[in-house]
Ligand binder design. Structure first.
Ligand code: GLU
Length: 471
């Protein structure tokens, strides 16, 4: 059975790049009716924060990524110790007593010679007795993995293809730090092996780690999984996507009012497309059906915020149900202080305006006139009202509203025509007068939509207040 995992470190908010890794890993598992593991890699005690872990889980849930098993590395130290001992016993690992100062010297030496640094292997030759003696003296030590000299480590990456790295490029590496904590390269192997991971899907920045991990798999007699290293995501300027490019965490997009369905869909297209198709809008179920690692592009993908915004707009307008839109947008309207107690009214507003915004924060702005009756009219717009025959237009409009209901935008247009004819004013004068009086703005959602949705009494009272001041 296929089993994949997502293994984030809780040292920051979930980055879009990592979210895409999680999505690809999840889709591959589900496509193959396999299992998906979430493993929090919190062995770095200083940088790992509970707050980040909580946010990580929240963001993944929000995106609709469900996991079948959950682990936290900080709860598995006993297991790691057991496997370290195995490596020590079999001679695949050894204690290293070199001090940070000595190692620094080695590093400087390599730099001076202009060669890549690797550990000299000084402690490789210590006998068990010598090592025991140094331990007894209380000398701090790390544990290093004994890397076979000159070995070429080769693997077929499912995305990047044939990869070959010589073990001499890195030399004996640390698997347990002097404070007793195991390092990433070691625990990741123990975990992936014990958890039965068949496909390791992760960012390409981990390619240099993979040969080290393969050596540990072999030393422990574990089966080596398949690897799929995903290319980086770039910003528009073709440098690695980072905070410099603006909002890059899932949380940012959640708070800005993006639909998780749209973000999920968009992130999938960063490096993947179904063969022979330029279709872009897919439900999660369709993505599960279609996704395969072999169709992931090995070249970097470019993140385009405007495209994501566009796609979110498509989801708001055409993809999600009104019920779903209502549920997703409600918290935004509530936190703006809008009265949303009348569910039917809110839904009516949403149904008629969903083509007017691409995000929920934009919706909060644009929908204000549907929810807030205190309309502030800036001085220059007041003068405009005064310059036009607004008083007549607005009085006629309010008067006619008394014995008729405006159910649809067409009803509003009809009434406007009537007034235009009777008063002999220009259409622009009618529409501008109404728009300024009812919204305090010159742009926004169609005024015919507003007038046919907002309850009549509220229209009349807003107009009344303006007439009072105009008169
Ligand atoms: N904790 C590692 C990271 O966040 C996971 C790498 C892996 O998937 O092996 O980069």
């Amino acid at each position: 059975m296929v089993k994949t995992r997502f293994a984030p470190s809780p040292t920051g908010y979930l980055h879009l790049g990592n979210a895409r890794t999680a999505i690809f890993s999840y889709l591959f598992a589900r496509h193959n009716r396999g299992g998906f593991v979430l493993r929090v890699e919190d062995t770095d005690r200083e940088r790992s924060k509970k707050e980040f872990e909580e946010m990580l889980l929240k963001d993944l849930e929000w995106l609709g990524i469900e996991w079948d098993e959950f682990y936290r590395q900080s709860e598995r130290f006993d297991i790691y110790r057991e496997y370290v001992n195995k490596l020590l016993e079999s001679g695949h690992a050894y204690p290293c007593f070199c001090t940070p100062e000595e190692l620094e010297k080695e590093r400087e030496e390599a730099q001076r010679k202009g060669i890549a640094y690797r550990y000299s292997g000084k402690c490789r030759v210590l006998t068990p007795e010598e090592a025991e003696k140094l331990k007894k003296e209380g000398k701090p030590f790390t544990i290093r993995f004994r890397v076979p000299d000159g070995e070429e480590i080769v693997f077929e990456d499912l995305v990047k293809g044939h990869i070959s790295i010589n073990a001499d490029d890195f030399g004996d590496f640390v698997i347990v730090r002097s404070d007793g904590s195991p390092t990433y390269n070691f625990v990741v192997v123990v975990d992936d092996a014990l958890m039965g991971i068949t496909h390791v899907v992760r960012g390409e920045d981990h390619i240099p780690n993979t040969p080290k991990q393969i050596l540990i798999y072999r030393a422990l007699g574990f089966e080596v999984p398949k690897f799929a290293h995903l290319p980086v995501i770039l910003g528009e300027d073709r440098s690695k996507l980072s905070k410099r490019h603006g909002a890059v965490s899932v949380m940012n997009y959640r708070e800005e009012g993006f639909l998780p369905e749209a973000l999920f869909n968009y992130l999938c297209l960063l490096g993947w497309s179904p063969p022979g198709s330029d279709r872009e809008i897919f439900s999660k179920e369709e993505l599960i059906e279609l996704f395969d690692l072999k169709d992931v592009n090995s070249a970097p993908a470019v993140f385009n915020r405007e495209k994501l915004r566009w796609m979110n707009g498509v989801y708001i307008r055409d993809v999600v149900s009104l019920e779903r839109l209502y549920e997703a947008i409600l918290p935004f309207l509530e936190s703006a202080g809008y009265d949303v107690s009348d569910e039917e009214y809110v839904k009516k507003v949403l149904e008629r305006t969903r083509d007017a915004y691409d995000t929920f924060t934009e919706a909060v702005e644009k929908l204000r006139p549907f929810f807030v009756d205190e309309i502030e009219i800036e001085p220059d717009l007041w003068s405009r009202l005064e310059d036009m025959r607004s008083y007549e237009v607005l009085s006629a409009f309010a008067e006619k509203l008394k014995d008729r209901d405006l159910e649809t935008p067409e009803d509003v247009k009809k009434l406007a025509k009537e007034i235009q004819k009777e008063l002999g004013v220009k259409p622009k004068e009618i529409w501008h007068s109404l728009r300024i009086a009812l919204t305090g703005q010159l742009e926004g959602v169609g005024i015919d939509v507003l007038l046919s949705t907002l309850p009549k009494e509220r229209v009349i009272s807003r107009i009344g207040r303006v007439l009072e001041k105009l008169g």
